[in-house]
Design a protein around this ligand. Structure first.
Ligand code: PGA
Length: 259
């Protein structure tokens, strides 16, 4: 079962996850991190930048979950640009250390396979950060996505486009298509860390952690993974039926030193 960790604030969650990332980095000269965009992982990236110290990160590779189709790579809302600004630059990483699915319309037919190949050549993802959409998506795998899917082109739901319109001038400017890691791709990562904050995520979190595994809630696929940690604030945990059971269980595990 997923380990559910409920913390007092998003900042505490960011610090806990950053610790787990540093443990990985400090034990592996060539760690592969799966990075996510959206508001949720920003607390992790800020905690990483604040605690980086003098580590040599030249062996680190980061693979993004998804990218919009049709935004130039330097568009401020492209996920490539966002990850460089929010994640790579504060850590002093080189652009070549961050691999993002290619959303250029001219190369779409091969974008999925090219990304999967790069991921395989890097040896797969060690720790994958995940947000969750209010509709239960992870990456841009919207409800109805194949549970075995690999990286491919998808169409965003109206709900997701509305959720993301806050980053654009208007809803019409939100791209309609994306290239996203598939659910099967995400499951190949060795450790999944799903973060969610705020009451708006509570229903999706409950469906993902406690609901049936179903394409109707793509995030429920995490229940098939042998090593998954769900890191929440109290509001995002608010609809978990077993909340009382989850709270503090992790702290009481013998030898628990973090996720
Ligand atoms: P958010 O998005 O972190 O901006 O809430 C999460 C997601 O859509 O996966």
């Amino acid at each position: 079962m997923a380990e559910v960790v409920v913390l007092g604030s998003a900042e505490e969650a960011g610090a806990l996850v950053a610790d787990a990332i540093w443990r990985l980095v400090d034990s592996d000269p060539a760690p592969v991190l799966g990075v996510a965009t959206g508001s949720t992982p920003l607390v992790v990236y800020r905690a990483l930048a604040a605690t980086r110290g003098g580590r040599d990160l030249s062996g680190l590779r980061a693979f993004a979950l998804d990218e919009y189709v049709g935004l130039s790579p330097d568009h401020p809302q492209s996920y490539r640009r966002t990850l460089l600004t929010e994640f790579a630059e504060p850590l002093g990483l080189d652009v070549g250390q961050v691999v993002v699915p290619d959303g250029d319309p001219a190369r779409l037919p091969s974008a999925g396979a090219a990304f999967e190949q790069a991921l395989a050549e890097a040896g797969g993802v060690d720790l994958q950060l995940l947000g969750i959409g209010t509709d239960g998506h992870i990456g841009f795998n919207e409800p109805g996505s194949s549970l075995a899917s690999r990286t491919r082109v998808k169409t965003l739901t109206e709900q997701t486009r509305r959720d993301n319109a806050r980053f654009f001038d208007s809803l019409e400017n939100v791209p309609i298509h994306c290239v996203t890691q598939g659910l099967g791709t995400i499951l190949d990562a060795r450790h999944l860390v799903l973060l969610a904050f705020g009451a708006a995520k509570a229903a999706a979190v409950a469906a993902a952690v406690e609901g049936p595994v179903s394409a109707s809630c793509p995030a429920s696929i995490i229940q098939f993974h042998p090593h998954v940690t769900v890191v929440l604030d109290a509001e995002a945990a608010g609809e978990l039926a077993n909340l009382r059971y989850y709270q503090g269980v992790w702290e009481r595990k013998p030898g628990w030193q973090g996720i």
